[in-house]
Design a protein around this ligand. Structure first.
Ligand SMILES: Cc1ncc(COP(=O)(O)O)c(C=O)c1O
Length: 428
């Protein structure tokens, strides 16, 4: 077996350098179980950041569902098949009434691209409103609507039909505090007024209802609900990208958009939906899906295949059987309280926020300016890794530590994380 550094060298021979590695000292995992990962020497790491392996690494029921279906049949949506129907039925039961027509795809990017197509077809326009710091995927169409990418390193800014609302950050944004929602909504109005003056139709407002790459941000109350109202009055559609938030992770409710008192016209799901298997879904209304059916067939070689659907259905069942939403609520609440206590002890923590098992710790230089400390954030994440805990950092200034573990993360994991973080911060 090659050692880590030899593997890294070999990787450089075959894999594009655009693929980055996490941590100063890259890791080579050979096994995963529940919320733990193991390297080639058998060292155990607590995974506090992998939201994709939603019900836990290598969950036996996911493996069983995949194996059973692979052994029986794998085809595509051109044949009648009840696996996809059973899954669509179970999935749409979790969504608000009316959101009941599914398009199955293979990645979050693919789902968001299709959501944009549906909206652009509806409005006969490409005008799109996005949030500063938002991320929706890696394809050309999605880099265009992802300020996180097109305004970041290597980016070339947005095309003329993409309009950006300032990041709705109540801690460090242009409007601050819990009552800043209407002020951010007024930014949406400004864009709509401008489009109207130019006789342009709005096609879509695409948002993460809780921002992930934007820094685990909960938008201030009223911002999204007020904005959704204005978008609809102007004939546009509202798309919520739940891809990073996932299923039941908020704890208090199943979907991120429910925390904002909004119902989307189109919702996109991915990442955690297949526990690591490439599965994603666009769900919309009957009216919009009928309207999209304009004669051009929608065919997707892999999307909606029986194996993917069997896996997706198994994940939904496990969330119910193991009461994982309740776990996210209880463990997340306790973890947030402990992190808040840590904040009063360490000035470097500017803000602690989030819901359920989707939390963020914002690292700053000083409270007066709230200036971001990217270097310290990096050091903390790497030091936590040295001590066996996997975290990541994100946000426009890369100064927010992200916590979004597999949903089986438990109380003693939470305690271990906070105690270790306390030690790391005390030694700084
Ligand atoms: C909010 C959000 N939307 C879309 C995507 C793109 O998903 P994928 O990487 O499966 O294409 C991501 C991935 O990180 C994401 O976080």
């Amino acid at each position: 077996m090659l050692d880590k550094h030899e593997i890294q060298k070999r990787r450089q021979k075959f894999i594009s350098p655009s693929f980055s590695l996490s941590y100063e000292e890259p890791l080579n995992f050979v096994r995963g179980k529940a919320q733990y990962l193991y390297d080639s020497k058998g060292v155990e790491y607590l995974d506090a950041v992998n939201n994709i392996q939603h019900v836990g690494h290598s969950h036996p029921k996911v493996t069983e569902a995949a194996t059973r279906q692979l052994e029986q049949l794998n085809t595509n949506t051109r044949y009648l098949d009840e696996t996809i129907l059973d899954y669509a039925d179970a999935l749409t039961k979790k969504l608000p009434q009316g959101l009941d027509r599914c398009f199955f795809t293979n990645s979050g990017s693919e789902s968001n691209d299709l959501a944009l197509r549906i909206a652009r077809h509806h409005a006969n326009s490409k005008e799109t409103i996005v949030l500063e710091g938002g991320y929706h995927g890696h394809s050309i169409s999605l880099i265009e609507v992802s300020p996180y990418k097109h305004n970041g390193p290597g980016g070339q800014g947005p095309p003329e039909y993409v309009h950006m609302v300032p990041i709705p950050d109540p801690f460090r944004g242009i409007y601050r505090g819990p009552s800043s929602g209407p002020e951010y909504a007024s930014e949406v109005k400004k864009i709509l007024d401008r489009l109207n003056a130019e006789h342009k139709n709005i096609s879509a407002f695409i948002v993460e209802s809780i921002m992930g790459c934007g820094g685990q941000l909960i938008p201030p109350a009223g911002f999204l609900s007020e904005s959704f109202g204005m978008i609809r009055e102007n004939g546009g559609l509202c798309i919520t990208d739940e891809i990073q938030i996932g299923f039941g992770r908020m704890g208090e409710c199943f979907w991120g958009f429910e925390t904002q008192d909004i119902t989307p016209d189109i919702v996109t799901l991915g990442k955690s939906i297949g526990n690591g298997h490439p599965l994603s879904v666009v769900v919309t209304t009957k009216e919009l899906s009928d309207e999209f059916n304009n004669g051009m067939e929608y065919f997707n070689s892999f999307g909606g295949n029986p194996v993917s659907c069997a896996i997706g259905h198994a994940v939904l069942n496990i969330i119910e059987e193991e009461d994982l939403q309740k776990n996210a609520f209880e463990v997340g609440k306790e973890l947030l309280t402990l992190l808040d206590q840590l904040k009063s002890k360490h000035d470097i923590i500017g803000d602690v926020r989030g819901k359920g098992l989707f939390l963020g710790i914002e690292i700053i230089n000083e409270i007066k300016t709230r200036s971001p400390d990217q270097t310290a954030t990096n050091q903390i994440v790497n030091e936590m890794q040295n001590r066996g805990i996997l975290l990541s950092s994100d946000g426009p200034d890369h100064n927010v530590i992200k916590i979004k573990p597999p949903m089986v993360f438990n109380r003693s994991n939470a305690l271990f994380l906070v105690e270790t973080l306390d030690k790391v911060l005390s030694e700084k």
